[in-house]
Every structure is written in structure tokens, then in C-alpha cells.
Design a protein around this ligand. Structure first.
Ligand code: GUN
Length: 291
């Protein structure tokens, strides 16, 4: 049976380390790290993620600057808000929740965020540096950073291993594959046009699943002893629950946990770590600015 990686517990440990550092900064310099969380519109999932991020800031003593804009806001107005946050010395990190409404050019907005405050690591220059040998971005994207942190803290060797990333999104799959290359893994990306994905996944010593397809990856696809990091958070109907749904990953946990060496559960795996990495990035940004 696989070791189940308790993301919630690891996240708690890291959060208490961050809280201590936040307190130290405030004692030493009288300054508090600040994170601006910008949301456009009323998407339920985005509202829920943003709520979690703001709540986590409050719990750790990080000041959150809330910017809530209506669905119809113009691209120019959103960019104006970003510029104001760039200029605000109390703001050390800026996050624009994605996706944005269709009338707004996402790339244009992300490019306007000051590189020094790009705590999501989505600025094209930060992603570009992530892709280049010998260059380091100022911030690493939070979910891929969470995946690598869970592997490191579980004692999984990455160097020289076969890693397979399922999914190639700008937020998770692509940056996760770049991070694994930087950590000296041999990396294959599986996506919707890959023929026979299971035969590639079967070779994975490390598997990062970020396809957004409930239980797509079966136990028989897992290499015995592999480290499986499941980024999927798919809501599926469950009439036995009050909410009417439950969250499942991209991996069939019941089956895969019998074969893998390590596995993250959903929920309670990568999820709590992602927000924690955002807080860590904000602290790093603040320290760079203040110290
Ligand atoms: N939408 C889904 N995940 C993310 C994330 O990590 N950051 C932002 N800004 N938007 C998201």
C-alpha cells in the first residue's frame, strides 16, 4: 500500500513557519507582508478560491488587499487597478484570479503585474526564466511549487527519474513540467492528443496528474512504487451528501493507492499546499522588498 501524503499536515507545518517569519518581520521592521487578491465577476469556483486565499492571509498575519470588480469591468480599468497596486508600497504580492471574462486579454493583464510582485509566477518573463537553464524566476507558480514541495518533503528522489505530467495548462501542467526538468527529471507531457497515454504513464516514476478529468488514471496505469501527485479537483454528483457532490482527483485513488509508493489524496493533498505556497511567495516578495 502507498504512503498517503498528508498535504493538509505539511501545509499546516509550513503555515506556522510562515506565521513566525511574518511576526519577526513586523517586530524587526514594523512592516507586514501584503497580498492583493483581485477578482473579476462572480464565478462560484473563483469566489471560493479567492475566499480561501484571503482567509489564509488573515490567519497568518498577512494583510490582504481585496479588489472585487464587476464582470463588465473594462480591460483598461483592470489594468489601472493593477498599476495602482504595483505602486502601493504596502502591497508585496498581486494575484489576479483566473479565468478572466472573455472580453479581457489575460496575457495583457498578467504582463502588467510588476515582476517583483508576481506571486502567482504567471508573468511571461517569470515563466520564460523558468524554462531556461541557469535562470531563476522571481516566483514559482504555486500549484507546481506545491507538487515539488510535497515530493521533497516525502523524500522522493527526482533527479534522473522518469516524470510524466498529464495536462499542459499554463497554470499547472506546463510549469510543473519545467520545474521537473530543472530538478533533473526526464519529463514527458501527456495531453489530449497523446496516443496511448497509459503506456507512457506506466513508465512514470513520478506522475503529476493535472488533466481535470475525474478518475481518468486507473490503478493498472501506475508503475509499482511510483510517486503520484494528483492535482485534479473534480466535483462529481454524490446524492448521499448534503451538498449533492464530492471532490475526486484525476487518479482513481482506491486502485492506485494499492500500487503506488506515494500518493496524494483529493481533497487534502495538493489543494491546501497551493494556497500555502502563495503565502510563502508573498512572504518572500515582502522580505526582498523590506530587508
Ligand atoms: N485559477 C485557478 N488556479 C489559479 C491560480 O493558481 N492562480 C490564479 N490567479 N488563478 C487561478
Amino acid at each position: 500500500m502507498a504512503t498517503v501524503i498528508d498535504g493538509k499536515a505539511v501545509a499546516q507545518t509550513i503555515r506556522s513557519e510562515i506565521a513566525d517569519e511574518v511576526q519577526l518581520l513586523s517586530q524587526k521592521y514594523g512592516k507586514v507582508p501584503g497580498l492583493a487578491v483581485v477578482i473579476v465577476g462572480n464565478r462560484k469556483d473563483s469566489q471560493s478560491y479567492v475566499g480561501m486565499k484571503r482567509k489564509a492571509c488573515a490567519e497568518l498575519g498577512i494583510k490582504s488587499f481585496d479588489v472585487d470588480l464587476p464582470e463588465q469591468v473594462s480591460e483598461a480599468e483592470l489594468i489601472k487597478q493593477v498599476h495602482e497596486l504595483n505602486a502601493n508600497p504596502d502591497v508585496h504580492g498581486i494575484l489576479v484570479q483566473l479565468p478572466l471574462p472573455k472580453h479581457i486579454n489575460e496575457e495583457k493583464v498578467l504582463t502588467e503585474i510588476s515582476l517583483e510582485k508576481d506571486v502567482d509566477g504567471f508573468h511571461p518573463l517569470n515563466i520564460g526564466k523558468l524554462a531556461m537553464k541557469g535562470r531563476d524566476p522571481l516566483f514559482l507558480p504555486c500549484t507546481p511549487k506545491a507538487c515539488l514541495e510535497l515530493l521533497h518533503r516525502s523524500g522522493v528522489t527526482i533527479k534522473g527519474k522518469n516524470a510524466v505530467v498529464v495536462g499542459r495548462s499554463n497554470i499547472v501542467g506546463l510549469p510543473a513540467s519545467l520545474l521537473l526538468v530543472k530538478a533533473d527529471a526526464t519529463v514527458t507531457i501527456v495531453h489530449s492528443h497523446t496516443s496511448q497515454p497509459e503506456s507512457i504513464i506506466r513508465e512514470a516514476d513520478i506522475l503529476i496528474a493535472a488533466a481535470g478529468q475525474p478518475k481518468m488514471i486507473k490503478g493498472s496505469w501506475i508503475k509499482p512504487g511510483a510517486a503520484v501527485i494528483d492535482v485534479g479537483t473534480n466535483a462529481v454528483d454524490d446524492p448521499t451528501r448534503k451538498s449533492g457532490y464530492k471532490l475526486v482527483g484525476d487518479v482513481d485513488f482506491e486502485e492506485a493507492s494499492k500500487i503506488a509508493g506515494w500518493i496524494t489524496p483529493v481533497p487534502g493533498g495538493v489543494g491546501p499546499m497551493t494556497v500555502t505556497m502563495l503565502l510563502k511567495n508573498t512572504l518572500e516578495g515582502a522580505k526582498r522588498y523590506i530587508e
